[in-house]
Write a protein that binds this ligand. Structure first.
Ligand SMILES: NC(=O)c1ccc[n+]([C@@H]2O[C@H](COP(=O)([O-])OP(=O)(O)OC[C@H]3O[C@@H](n4cnc5c(N)ncnc54)[C@H](OP(=O)(O)O)[C@@H]3O)[C@@H](O)[C@H]2O)c1
Length: 253
């Protein structure tokens, strides 16, 4: 998939006006999920925005209780109904847990794609061995969405994305705000006369095949995050951030 460097994560957004503002600011990739309980809100924002539907990449995710062979299609249809859309562009398996069984789940998701309810199928929170199995059942893995920020990232998942040529969608690129106090990030931000948020987003998107979806609520944050992908870090700065030793996984299994 051809995704822009910065999209919008919507977990916690409960006002369609935020989504509309984001689209007005230039966001073209919108990420929601059944478990965020805000698909109606995201759909309302899309409907209110003055942008062609075809210019947007809308993604949602099937929660772990919607992964049984007979559950996938009605759960997808329910998401589309809440979003007010005929189809999404990207439908994820949110986590390989609960009712997930590659032999039954993935053919059901492929059938939903073939029926035109989604253009592409992605996975999220998979391990490398689970990606290999998924590849046997899916036409292709369009994207893999994983936690990826200066305080937690996994090189094997990045390597898999680069080897197989799909975008890794980095979630929680600001570690939910924890990067704002990280001394290395603050120091690099000071050198560039910018914010730690911008440095984190610039670092995440500095890697080949990586795009990201920070969540933001205000126009200043939305605009700053979109612009952050243009900030160029030096190789030495990228290496300094890679060397940060804190490991803070926000969303462990
Ligand atoms: N696939 C999965 O399992 C999974 C799991 C978790 C998250 N996600 C996705 O990833 C998205 C982002 O992750 P996240 O929501 O955990 O955290 P995040 O994007 O790392 O951080 C969001 C926090 O940072 C603040 N913020 C945003 N831009 C800022 C800026 N420029 N300056 C200062 N503060 C700023 C936001 O505040 P304001 O809202 O006040 O702007 C919010 O409190 C989610 O919305 C969701 O779409 C996916």
């Amino acid at each position: 998939m051809d995704l822009p460097p910065v999209g919008l994560g919507t977990m916690g957004i409960e006002d369609g006006a935020v989504v509309r503002t984001a689209i007005d600011c230039g966001y073209r990739h919108l990420d929601t999920a059944q478990i965020y309980d805000n698909e109606r809100t995201v759909g309302a924002g899309i409907a209110a925005a003055d942008t062609d539907r075809t210019d947007l990449t809308v993604a949602t995710k099937l929660w772990v209780d919607a992964l049984g062979a007979t559950a996938v299609r009605p759960a997808t249809e329910a998401s589309l109904d809440r979003l007010g859309l005929d189809a999404v562009d990207l439908l994820y398996v949110h986590r390989p847990r609960g009712d997930y069984d590659p032999e039954t789940t993935l053919p059901a998701v492929e059938a939903v794609r073939e029926a035109g309810l989604t253009s592409c199928v992605g996975v999220s929170n998979f391990e490398p061995d689970q990606l290999a199995v998924a590849r046997e059942y899916l036409d292709r893995i369009a994207t893999h969405q994983v936690e990826f920020h200066p305080l937690f990232w996994r090189e094997p998942l990045l390597s898999d994305a680069q080897a197989h040529g799909y975008p890794l969608v980095a979630y929680s690129p600001l570690a939910g705000g924890r990067v704002f106090e990280e001394p290395t990030i603050v120091d690099i931000a000071d050198r560039h006369d910018t914010s730690p948020a911008a440095v984190s987003i610039a670092w995440v998107t500095s890697y080949d095949n990586v795009v990201t979806i920070p969540k933001a609520s205000s126009r200043p944050h939305l605009e700053a995050n979109l612009a952050a992908a243009d900030l160029k870090l030096t190789d030495a700065e990228i290496a300094r951030i890679e060397a940060i030793e804190r490991e803070e996984e926000l969303f462990p299994e």
